[in-house]
Design a protein around this ligand. Structure first.
Ligand code: FES
Length: 92
């Protein structure tokens, strides 16, 4: 994934914004990533990726997927249950 690629499709939040937020805020709990433009508060798909970014914001490679694969997996995710939650991440 590149810095301008979207991580949270529900709120159109790119990787770059999330990384900058994590660097600045140094979230003590990964759920604080939602304070970055509401990322993670929609379908929940991006939560495991938000957790990775929160834990290691310096690694842009923490999302090791092509944008196309990421989008396809998200499409499949929104058609299934259960949903990802902070503290119970099921994907990534
Ligand atoms: S893609 Fe982030 S909450 Fe849906």
């Amino acid at each position: 994934m590149n810095p301008d690629d979207t991580i949270c499709y529900c709120y159109h939040v790119p990787l770059r914004k999330l990384v900058n937020f994590a660097r600045r805020a140094k979230p003590t709990h990964t759920s604080r990533m939602t304070e970055c433009l509401g990322a993670g508060t929609g379908c929940g798909w991006c939560i495991p990726f938000l957790v990775k970014i929160a834990r290691d914001p310096e690694s842009l490679g923490s999302v090791d997927l092509t944008p196309e694969t990421y989008a396809q997996q998200r499409k499949e995710y929104i058609e299934t249950e259960p949903r990802n939650t902070f503290g119970g991440e099921t994907k990534g």
